[in-house]
Design a protein around this ligand. Structure first.
Ligand code: MTE
Ligand code: HPA
Ligand code: MOS
Length: 765
């Protein structure tokens, strides 16, 4: 497959790409503003919004009492009100919404809202939530073998506790939705959402109308990263409510500071572990507990927790393992999906355990990792009972160790560290085995609608959304290849619930897997129809026997392979088909076969396949400042047969870099009242161009097509995020060099400069 430009790349470069905030505005457009809770936990004793309504330029001020349908926007469990009712459970929770002509009028109205609270004690940290037994939902468990006898037969046993931090999605386009009321109950919402069907559902429920009245459209998002899997529904619900009440179009667009303060983030985790192993570091038993900070509402926390549990062993065979997990309820905005969806947290935990085993045994961490990798023919049962098939860990390992010259560099690094006091170097390898499919099995379905117009152009509709990852570009490529036409003939339409209904979120990295297959299914139906038709034509016009199975679609032409001299151009055939009253439109559908997972028993086959990869990062750590310089990263990643290699490489670079941000600079700070203190890029540090590795080598594993996916490809969006962890382990190695690797550093994740310095101080004591 060849490299292809991103479908909207040129519009993005020229500024022509049409985001929702760029859409032409009606002169009746109003703007929506959100009045949010100043308290993390409080009873609302009374409120008065009447005075605010009289401000000039203000057209509506609404409370929960004004909601015609359900006051609910929780996607799975209904525990998240659209507007607070009697209680606020986090700073930033929406209480009232205002439709105004401008910000000045809205600000004035906000200042005239009176609320009387009874302030309650908030729970802010995971440990506080554990001690108060504040859970969102009951504990979950996955277990294999027998850990008790495993520990008994282990020569060495270690235990410990540690944490990982949250992370803001930091999409460039903040949350936005513009809702335009139509006649009767009709509502059309232009929403920046990864999940148009769910946005439609929430709007319909909140307005108390059927889903058939609500149309949701998303041309593209300016980034999402999981942060618009459910959070987009919130602004959509607010804008639709204001649009219904005012009878005018209403746009809700969150400013950066507000967006960052009130929307959910990656779940911070607290982990406890106990590990038993032999003298070589081969693991016999592991007991882990994952505690996620879920915030005040459930949202997708249980699915995130589940994915974390299903990645708790990462790439390693652990014969006796118990994974217990709890989503803790705290008085913070409800945490949501973020690239990796709990897998990075689950994987961080076991990677840390392996590192600690290596330190304990005074062995090389890579050696310990390697002897625990899943086997090919044995040692290959995952804790949830499935046999790990098509294991690519060993081939990737062999190739990357060689191409990166790991062994040589490692010994150079050790020598450098012994000779230098103020700069210490580190290197580490992190593997990833990432399960592809929604773990909620029924979500693995997709639809498409393919229209061929009678001029021979093709409009492809599907249920996936574009957030920069290149889904539309891949879909166009897939459609062109399947149809045997040039891709200039094909346009991928804006995602719209009235074209393809009942879709799943574009998430779990499965956008191309699911929608690509649905598009192929629709195209196959059309090709079948056209093949029947051309066979008849060949028969009637050329008096030749033509079988449907001999019809070939290629190079914008259609012909019977037995009579290659008779060729119809795509246009010509389509035009003839139209005049012969052949339907030129078809729907497509796909469901992932043979996957299931039983939550109660913690067993099943939740994934269609695994995506594998390995990342090696080398860093310099400045011992005096805690500064980190990422010198080099080598990545070898398995995307099956790449549909568009340059897009896949872009995804890997981006995912790694976002992972790097999570483990280094991105730190969330709250005060003791639950206020997020850093809610803008001046204080919240996402990786910039200077933070990416100086020498960045990303390669795709060649020669391993994926047996049963669209064009033998593999999902790529999230798995390489995990490889960013190699930077953290490299930093930890560099830091522990200050004491000759004698002690295990208690390094925080994120390893900010400050945290690195604190750890070094600790080690030097
Ligand atoms: N890439 C860009 N540029 N922007 C994004 O928002 N989201 C990531 C990943 N890559 C994202 C991205 C996440 S969280 C997921 S789940 C996948 O893209 C979703 O798209 P896919 O299923 O088509 O890979
Ligand atoms: N990944 C992303 N989003 C999801 C998932 C998942 O596994 N399950 C439900 N929503
Ligand atoms: Mo991605 S976190 O599954 O949207």
């Amino acid at each position: 497959m060849k490299n292809i430009q991103h479908e909207s790349g040129k519009y993005q470069v020229t500024g022509e790409a049409m985001y929702i905030d760029d859409m032409p505005m009606s002169d009746r457009l109003l703007h929506g503003y959100i009045y949010t809770s100043p308290h993390a936990h409080a009873k609302i004793l009374s409120f008065d919004i009447e005075k605010a309504k009289s401000v000039e330029g203000v057209h509506a001020v609404l409370s929960y009492k004004d909601i015609p349908g359900h006051n609910q926007m929780g996607p799975v469990i209904h525990d998240e009100p659209v507007l607070a009712e009697g209680l606020v459970e986090c700073i930033g929770q929406a209480m009232f919404i205002i439709a105004a002509e401008n910000q000045t009028a809205a600000d004035k109205a906000m200042s005239m809202i009176d609320v009387e609270y009874n302030i309650l004690e908030p729970i802010l940290t995971i440990k506080d939530a554990i001690s108060k037994e504040s859970l969102l939902q009951p504990e979950r468990k996955i277990e294999i073998g027998d850990i008790d006898s495993g520990f008994k037969s282990s020569k060495n046993v270690i235990e410990g506790e540690f944490e990982s931090g949250g992370q803001e999605q930091w999409y460039l386009e903040t949350q936005i939705c513009m809702s335009v009321p139509g006649e009767g109950d009709e509502m059309k919402s232009y929403s920046s959402t990864q999940h148009p069907s769910e946005t439609q559902a929430i709007i319909a429920e909140v307005l108390g109308v059927g889903k058939h009245e609500v149309e949701v459209e998303c041309r593209r998002m300016g980034g999402a990263f999981g942060g618009k899997e459910t959070s987009g529904n919130h602004v959509a619900a607010w804008s639709a409510l204001l649009a219904v009440k005012t009878g005018r179009p209403v746009k809700v667009r969150l400013f950066r500071d507000i967006d960052q303060k009130i929307t959910g983030k990656r779940h911070p985790y607290f982990y406890k572990y106990k590990a038993g192993f032999d003298d070589n570091g081969k693991i016999i038993a592991v007991d882990v507990q994952h505690f996620a900070n879920g915030g005040y509402a459930t949202d997708l926390s249980m699915a995130i927790l589940e994915r974390g549990m299903l990645h708790a062993e990462n790439s390693y065979f652990i014969p006796n393992m118990r994974i217990l997990a709890k989503a803790m309820k705290t008085n913070l905005p409800s945490n949501v999906a973020f690239r990796g969806f709990g897998a990075p947290q689950g994987i961080f935990c076991i990677e840390q355990v392996l590192d600690n085993i290596a330190t304990y045994l005074k062995k090389d961490a890579l050696e310990v990792r390697k002897i625990n990798f899943y086997g090919i023919d044995d040692r290959n049962i995952a804790p949830y009972g499935v046999t790990v098939e098509n294991n690519r860990l060993h081939v990737i390992y062999d190739q990357i160790i060689k191409s990166s010259e790991y062994m040589k560099r490692k010994s150079e690094i050790d020598r450098f560290n012994s000779e230098n006091e103020f700069i210490k170097k580190g290197i580490a390898l992190t593997p990833v085995k990432f399960g592809i499919s929604f773990t909620t099995s029924f979500l693995n379905q997709a639809g498409a609608l393919i229209n061929i117009y009678n001029d021979g152009t093709i409009l492809v509709n599907h249920g996936g959304t574009e957030m920069g990852q290149g889904l539309y570009t891949k879909i166009r490529r897939i459609a062109a290849v399947e149809f045997g036409v040039s891709q200039n003939r094909i346009k991928v339409n804006a995602t719209n619930t009235s074209k393809v209904p009942n879709t799943s979120a574009t998430a779990a990295s499965s956008g191309t897997d699911l929608n690509g297959m649905a598009v192929k299914n629709g195209i196959d139906k059309l090709k079948q129809r056209l093949a029947d038709f051309i066979s008849e034509l060949i028969n009637v016009e050329h008096k030749k026997e033509s079988k449907v199975e001999n019809i070939v679609f290629e190079n914008d032409e259609i012909y019977n392979s037995n009579y290659p001299e008779i060729k119809y151009s795509f246009e010509e055939l389509i035009s003839k088909a139209y005049f012969n009253q052949i339907s030129l439109s078809a729907t497509g559908f796909y469901r992932t076969p043979d996957i299931h997972f039983d939550r109660a028993s913690g067993k099943g086959n939740p994934f269609h396949y695994y995506a594998y990869g390995m990342g090696i990062t080398e860093v310099d750590v400045d011992i005096l400042t805690g500064g980190v310089d990422v010198k080099r990263a080598d990545i070898l990643h398995d995307v099956g047969e790449s549909i568009i290699p340059n897009l896949d490489i872009g995804q890997i670079e981006g995912a790694y870099t976002q992972g790097l941000g999570w483990v280094t600079g991105e730190e969330m700070k709250y005060d003791d009242k639950g206020n997020l203190l850093n809610h803008a890029p001046d204080t919240y540090k996402i990786p910039g161009i200077c933070d990416v590795p100086d020498d960045f080598r990303v390669n795709l594993l060649q020669g391993y097509p994926n047996p049963s996916t669209i064009r033998r490809s593999k999902a790529v969006g999230e798995p390489p995020f995990v490889l960013g962890l190699s930077a953290w382990f490299a930093i930890k190695y560099a830091v522990s060099a200050v004491c000759g690797h004698a002690k295990e550093p208690d390094l925080a994740l994120p390893a900010t400069n400050e945290n690195i310095l604190l750890t070094i101080d600790d080690l030097k004591l």
